[in-house]
Design a protein around this ligand. Structure first.
Ligand SMILES: Nc1ncnc2c1ncn2[C@@H]1O[C@H](COP(=O)(O)OP(=O)(O)OP(=O)(O)O)[C@@H](O)[C@H]1O
Length: 312
């Protein structure tokens, strides 16, 4: 069990990046830290990896306090691997050599088999003998992922691991990587601003904003019951509608995803279409309800200024 206990961190006296952060990660769990750029996700991973000395709070692993960089000759804890956003690859050696860098040379066959296995996880077997400097950004990122897995860490910390990978490969890679991590029971914490990295695979999500964790729970819990528009908007387009505008006599607002609003032939909620966007399997219709923009999932597009009726 990894425990983050009441951690606060400031790079300068004026700017606190993280404040009273508390969470636990069980062995083999996959946690996603979600938040917009600059909210402190990378800082959190660096703290866990032991790259910062903490003035407040501590990190424990299996009940033992983990010590900061003052106490280590080599930065970081040996049972963890941290994949930073800069990949840290060796450009003038091949993809395979990069993956095998931390593996022992004593049993050559075993080493080669392991490299092969990892290249398969990240779908890079065809590029094994290409020098890293000649790979694309996305290919480098895949090699970097294979490299941090090589010695099978107990805890893997990944910072925006799919940021350079095109959508075409991303889904396959996510499935392959997270299935591998689950099978090997590797604990994993991913920092990301992309909810699709988190929704289908993470056991728990932590959303960070303004130095704090503002929401946490399983992906289903957070998606189905977002605490506010900010949380909901990580996952989908979202409309914030005054309850009184949708015939609900209670005070306050409703947070609704496009699929929660449907277009009907007639109802007592009339809206004016502003735009329609093609999304492949459906359209998103942007419409105005009492000066508020709302977004509706629709089977067909509607023209600007058309009056339509909706149902929640
Ligand atoms: N070494 C540093 N010295 C001073 N400030 C820093 C340092 N590293 C990060 N920061 C600041 O701390 C804040 C958090 O940065 P961090 O990199 O942890 O955010 P992030 O959520 O990972 O962002 P991104 O998704 O863009 O990587 C930012 O405002 C950043 O400018």
């Amino acid at each position: 069990m990894l425990e983050i206990k009441n951690v606060s961190y400031a790079y300068t006296a004026k700017k606190t990046v993280l404040k009273n952060i508390d969470f636990k990660v069980k062995k083999g769990e996959y946690i996603a830290l979600l938040g917009e750029s600059g909210c402190g996700k990378s800082t959190m991973l660096e703290i866990i990896y032991g790259l910062m000395d903490l003035e407040q709070g501590e990190i424990q692993y299996d009940g033992q306090k983990l010590l900061g960089p003052k106490y280590h000759l080599v930065p970081g804890h040996p049972f963890m691997k941290y994949l930073a956003q800069d990949f840290s690859l060796m450009p003038y050696t091949t993809a395979a050599e990069n993956v095998g860098e931390f593996l022992s040379n004593i049993y050559k066959d075993k080493k080669n088999a392991r490299i092969q296995e990892l290249l398969e996880v990240v779908d890079m077997t065809d590029f094994a003998h290409i020098k890293v400097k000649n790979l694309s950004g996305g290919q480098k990122q895949r090699i970097a992922i294979a490299r941090v897995l090589a010695k099978e860490p107990e805890v893997l910390l990944l910072d925006e691991p799919f940021s350079h990978i095109d959508n075409f490969r991303k889904n396959n890679l996510r499935r392959s990587l997270f299935n591998y991590l689950k099978k090997q029971k590797i604990t994993c914490i991913v920092a990301t601003h992309d909810s699709t990295d988190a929704l289908s695979f993470a056991d728990r999500l932590y959303i960070i904003r303004d130095t704090k964790i503002i929401a946490n729970g399983s992906p289903e819990e957070i998606y189905n019951d977002p605490k506010n528009k900010y949380v909901a908007s990580f996952f989908n387009e979202v409309s914030e509608i005054l309850n009184k505008d949708i015939g609900n006599n209670t005070e306050g607002v409703s947070i609704l995803y496009p699929e929660q609003i449907s277009i009907v032939e007639k109802s007592n909620i009339k809206v004016i279409v502003d735009n329609s966007y093609f999304k492949g399997t459906h359209y998103l219709v942007e419409a105005i309800l009492n000066n508020n923009t709302i977004i509706i999932k629709s089977k067909k597009p509607y023209v600007k200024n058309e009056e339509i009726f909706i149902k929640i």
